[in-house]
Design a protein around this ligand. Structure first.
Ligand code: FEO
Ligand code: CA
Ligand code: CA
Length: 614
């Protein structure tokens, strides 16, 4: 975690008053606030009039959440023989493990995989996903678009880094996106065939759209065609039924073969410092930052990528109008005059929250043969101390940006730099964004141990466990102003029934429930506890735990059938020692002969057939 430079720490005083104001205006959250204030100021929480939360939080009278909560699950060491836990009112099945074929006729899992097989198998690092229902059987059949964020080489092929191009290719083909057809047959979800099934990975041909598409910033001397997407984290989906996959920690795939590599200022700003965790650059020059033939290859990553889940012939499209950064997700709203709006977080300490606003009615734009995601403006958020906010435009129409950048394409390729120029608020690692039925927008800020000075919207310094902010935009999402507050801070060990840390995955259902997934190392005061899926009542702030994962895994990704009777979530990188397949967790094949940890999807349903979350 990097420490923020001093000039990133704006809006910090008078801070004590700001925080008290923030929480005293929200009585339902006083318990959370009190725990936070204790941490921040080291004083007795009752002295400032705020009441401490109790464990009754998880057993409150919420009509939205009737299920019995599941208790915390401690991680085990060694991390084996542990199974996920779910509320007694629910059941789950584990499906879609890494390495299973995307079509039943494809190659079966065999470890270590070869590159050709992996390109026809489900990838690793399950993350964001969305279910696109079959029109005839919308609740029992559909296409699932599933992101594969990352996987360690020791799990994928048993070595720290690849030793040859074949091993690099296996790793590359394990990344990207799977488009699968799934169907519930005899009460179980299974992969079925279909001509739309496909794998999109690091070597799949892609196209660019928007202001940077034909710019020199995306051209290489080697004149190689654009290929690939990687580190696909969270997602979005559009009103015209396509999937958006988001490239997050892509800089860590670019390496340098020389210790004399000196990154430019722009490269430093994007963490392109020549240290690759994956070692692809030793065998694939596209990922070598010092190969002159591929000088701009890294500019081809860091985008939001649109995929048609029903048409395997349609190339994925990278939308440059949405900006290039560490994209977590891309949450789409239809705003005033049916303009499309996309909310996006840049998940890095001290980075920002963005939104894209289309120029006109999205259906009219589509009718003109133009993507609504290519015709609009990009903004970045400033959270003011008085709970108002401003969306600051990022274009050469802004004089300070016209002085710094040659054209809009440069701004969109380096919006992290532009955001600092216009004075956006540095946030504590913005992760997922969700829109509630009342049009409030929520964003998880997972943590930021590097924060040394708080600001109003990021009130903890350091922020070890994270929080969730929410805002309401003017003009039905399309305006340039908003009001905001802190919805909740992560819970501490005084409140074990609602304890959580590092909120990450987030979805709001049409009834006002928030589903929050965690990705962090947290303890109950004694032991490390496993990551979890919680349900929160966005009206009352009540919290109830629905599911806990296994040692070392992250819970992430969330999709539902239209009737909300099935929810899909993911278990990513199971096992504390998942980097060592011989000693770590072998989930979901506990101790089996083919014992290698495998990411998988969890299909959750209520035993009584009710809505998931109720
Ligand atoms: Fe891929 Fe920020 O989580
Ligand atoms: Ca995440
Ligand atoms: Ca995370």
């Amino acid at each position: 975690m990097k420490t923020l430079p001093e000039d990133d720490q704006s809006q910090s005083s008078p801070f004590h008053q700001v925080v008290e104001d923030a929480f005293s205006r929200r009585t339902v959250l006083t318990g959370t606030a009190s725990a936070a204030l204790f941490t921040m100021f080291g004083c007795a929480i009752t002295n400032n009039g705020l009441r401490g939360a109790t464990d009754k939080d998880s057993n409150g009278p919420s009509e939205l959440m009737q299920f019995s909560p599941v208790s915390l699950q401690k991680a085990t060491t060694p991390a084996n023989q542990q199974w996920p836990l779910i509320s007694d009112d629910y059941q789950y099945d584990l499906i879609l493990p890494w390495g299973d074929p995307i079509d039943p006729s494809g190659p079966k899992f065999s470890w270590p995989p070869n590159p050709e097989d992996q390109a026809q198998q489900i990838g690793i690092g399950h993350d964001g996903m969305w279910f696109f229902p079959d029109p005839k059987r919308p609740n029992t059949k559909g296409a699932l678009a599933l992101n594969h964020e990352f996987g360690s080489s020791t799990v994928i092929f048993g070595k720290l880094v690849p030793q040859n191009l074949d091993e690099a290719r296996v790793s590359q083909h394990a990344h990207g996106v799977s488009i699968l057809n799934i169907e519930r047959i005899g009460g179980k979800w299974k992969v079925v065939g279909g001509n739309n099934s496909r794998r999109i990975h690091v070597n799949t041909p892609v196209e660019f759209s928007g202001p940077v598409a034909n710019h020199a910033l995306l051209q290489n001397p080697a004149n190689n065609m654009p290929r690939g997407t990687l580190n696909n984290c969270a997602m979005g989906h559009t009103p015209w039924n396509t999937y958006l996959t988001c490239e997050e920690n892509w800089p860590f795939y670019f390496g340098s073969t020389s210790s004399e590599f000196e990154p430019t200022e722009e490269q430093k700003r994007y963490n392109l410092v020549g240290r690759s965790f994956y070692g692809w650059h030793d065998f694939d020059a596209r990922f070598d930052l010092q190969d002159d033939g591929f000088a701009n290859e890294s500019n081809r990553f860091g985008w939001v990528v649109e995929i048609d889940p029903w048409n395997a012939r349609q190339r994925p499209v990278k939308h440059t109008a949405l900006g290039r950064f560490g994209h977590e997700g891309a949450t789409v709203a239809v705003g005033r005059h049916r303009r499309v709006v996309v909310y996006m977080g840049d998940d890095s300490g001290g980075e920002h929250i963005y939104k894209f606003v289309g120029n006109s009615d999205y259906e009219t734009t589509l009718g003109r043969g133009i993507s609504p995601l290519s015709d609009g403006r990009l903004y970045v958020a400033r959270f003011n101390d008085d709970f108002t906010g401003d969306w600051l435009e990022l274009s050469t129409d802004v004089s300070s940006l016209a002085e710094r950048f040659a054209d809009d394409a440069e701004i969109l390729t380096f919006p992290r730099i532009a955001s600092k120029v216009v004075g956006a608020t540095p946030m504590d690692r913005p992760e997922w964004i969700a829109i509630a039925p009342n049009q409030d927008v929520y964003c998880t800020l997972t943590n930021n141990a590097g924060r040394t000075e708080p600001n109003a919207a990021n009130p903890m310094a350091p922020n070890i466990h994270g929080h969730i902010v929410r805002w309401r935009d003017s003009d039905d999402h399309t305006g340039t102003t908003f009001t905001w507050d802190v919805f909740t801070l992560a819970r501490d060990t005084q409140h074990t029934e609602s304890l959580f840390s590092s909120p990450d995955g987030l979805w709001a259902d049409p009834d006002g429930r928030l589903f929050v997934e965690t990705d962090g190392t947290q303890t109950d005061g004694e032991s490390t506890i496993n990551n979890q899926l919680l349900v929160m009542d966005s009206n009352s702030g009540e919290i109830r735990r629905l599911f806990t994962g296994v040692s070392g895994c992250e819970i992430t990704g969330l999709a539902v059938t239209p009737d909300r009777r099935t929810m899909f979530i993911n278990i990513q990188h199971p096992g504390v020692e998942a980097r060592s397949p011989t000693t770590g967790h072998t989930f979901p094949d506990l101790g089996g002969t083919n014992a290698i940890p495998r990411d998988c999807t969890v299909a959750i349903s209520r035993k009584d057939g009710g809505i998931v979350g109720s």
